[in-house]
Ligand binder design. Structure first.
Ligand code: UDP
Length: 473
């Protein structure tokens, strides 16, 4: 077998990707399905194209799902039965982590030892599973948080529910256990260090991307005709999961102010997506808000759209608004720009990276209605400026592709495998039992308390290893 240890860049042959709470095959834009689903699927497809097979484990949410589905060449999705298929709230999922983990471990046990070279967990729930799999299989764990409770809670929308403390505790555990952490932006890396005590040298900043072959500029009139939108209106679109955190109400309020100031304005707000998270408690809240503000006839709602329709939404819009209270990156912002549409975004989190302020769109500090109404008018009232921004938006989005993201992940995997091997070579694996893999040849038994002759660059590994061992006692 061509093992990772024989490859100079330690590229894994096969990665177990964990996405417990949401399937990469689910339609994003409603419920728990959003950017993370797109990220997991697109990076898996790209990794497979580069010769690294991917098996994605996710919790089955329907009884008619087959145990395994092929998502593309070299990418399998394993639908793990753990708990009821439907109706399980995300906050109740921790109760199902044990059966989920058991099924993941059983799946691996059906193969020869060394089947997976690495585990990559997405979101903290998967991290909890990944750390056990890592110990059992003797492979490194790479973890991507996607969102962090401490960051979300620090920027809550008015009246929104905070993330529970149990999540923050779980995140801290996973961040301490993971061999490497992948952050979307330098800002997120800083949050991992400052709020969660992560070691900076274990973090890789890998920006997400967009499918640049799909999201490309196209004919606006054709797109509007296909979607049934009027040709002579100015369309501002919101695309994503409808919940207070994503703040589509900020756009609706700003639009109402623009329309109240100038009732002849040809503004139309297009909301694409379905209720999600705390938005599920009041699924009609946005419809009611538009009615209360007297602009119900200027707001169009569309259910979540698949990518081949979503590109038409981006092309049809003059502007895409991303008013979120928090956004670890904001894939919609990149997809819109790639399709030639400037973005008006809140100046939070990864949106500062996703949008080039004044060039490919505008970043608005805060969420005050007058500021958002002012920014809307500033952009919509100058079509020439919008046209210039459209060109720059395409240029800016070209920096973000899933190919680039997959290359970054492979570099992170390589670092994880290298460090893991060094740690094990220097310190042995006396405390860990279980399967074996290609790295095992480098391992010798470690007697607790034994003094080991470590190279200087292994000193950190040793401290880290000890800390982990101590943490488990
Ligand atoms: N999306 C979609 N159809 C929809 C709405 C959204 O496919 O109707 C996808 C969109 O293409 C994007 C993702 O959902 O890739 C949303 O990602 P983003 O990072 O903007 O937000 P998140 O859901 O992660 O908060």
């Amino acid at each position: 077998m061509d093992s990772v240890s024989q490859r100079p860049d330690l590229r894994p042959n096969r990665v177990a990707v964990l996405s417990v709470h949401t399937s990469p095959l689910a339609q994003p834009g409603t419920g728990d399905a959003g950017g993370m689903n797109v990220y997991v699927l697109q990076t898996a497809l790209q990794l497979a194209r580069r010769g690294t097979e991917v098996e994605i484990f996710t919790r089955a949410t329907a009884s008619n799902l087959p145990p395994v589905q092929e998502a593309g060449p070299g990418v399998l999705v394993r639908n793990v039965v753990a708990g009821p298929f439907e109706g399980l709230d995300k906050h109740d999922l921790p109760t199902q982590l044990c059966p989920f983990t058991a099924e993941v471990l059983r799946q691996e046990a059906r193969h020869l030892p060394g089947y997976y070279d690495l585990v990559h967990s997405h979101y903290w729930l998967s991290g909890q599973v990944g750390w056990l799999a890592r110990d059992r299989w003797r492979v490194p764990l790479v973890h991507t948080a996607h969102t962090l409770a401490a960051v979300k809670n620090a920027a809550l929308a008015d009246g929104d529910c905070p993330e529970p403390l149990t999540r923050e505790i779980g995140e801290k555990q996973v961040i301490a256990e993971a061999d490497r952490l992948v952050a979307n932006t330098a800002d997120e890396a800083r949050q991992l260090v400052e709020l969660y005590g992560a070691e900076p040298e274990r973090i890789d900043v890998v920006p997400p991307g967009a499918d640049l072959t799909r999201y490309q500029p196209g004919d606006k009139a054709e797109a509007r005709a296909a979607l049934g939108l009027a040709a002579d209106e100015q369309v501002v679109a919101f695309v994503g999961r409808i919940q207070p955190l994503k703040a589509p109400d900020v756009l609706v309020r700003a639009a109402a102010e623009v329309l109240h100031t100038d009732p002849t304005h040809k503004l139309r707000v297009l909301i694409v997506g379905g209720p999600s998270g705390t938005g599920l408690e009041r699924p009609d809240a946005l419809i009611e808000l538009a009615a209360a503000l007297g602009i119900a006839d200027r707001v169009t709602f569309m259910p979540p759209q698949p990518p081949d329709r979503l590109v038409l939404v981006y092309r049809a819009a003059d502007l895409v608004a991303v008013p979120s209270y928090n956004e670890s990156f904001g894939l919609v912002a990149i997809e819109a720009q790639a399709s030639g549409t400037p973005v008006l975004a809140a100046d939070v989190g990864g949106l500062g990276t996703a949008v080039r302020h004044g060039e490919s769109g505008l970043l608005v500090p805060g969420h005050r209605t007058p500021d958002w109404a002012g920014a809307l008018s500033y952009l919509l009232d100058d079509p020439e400026r919008l046209r210039r921004m459209s060109g720059r938006a395409v240029e800016h989005a070209a920096n973000f592709s899933w190919e680039h993201t997959a290359d970054g992940l492979l570099a992170s995997y390589s670092a994880a495998l290298t460090d893991f091997r060094a740690e094990r070579a220097g310190l042995g694996a006396g405390r860990i039992t279980g399967g074996s893999n290609a790295l095992r040849a480098d391992v010798r038994e470690w007697v607790p308390g034994e003094r080991t002759n470590l190279e200087p660059n292994q000193a950190r590994s040793r401290a880290l290893w000890r800390r982990r061992m101590g943490a488990r006692r």
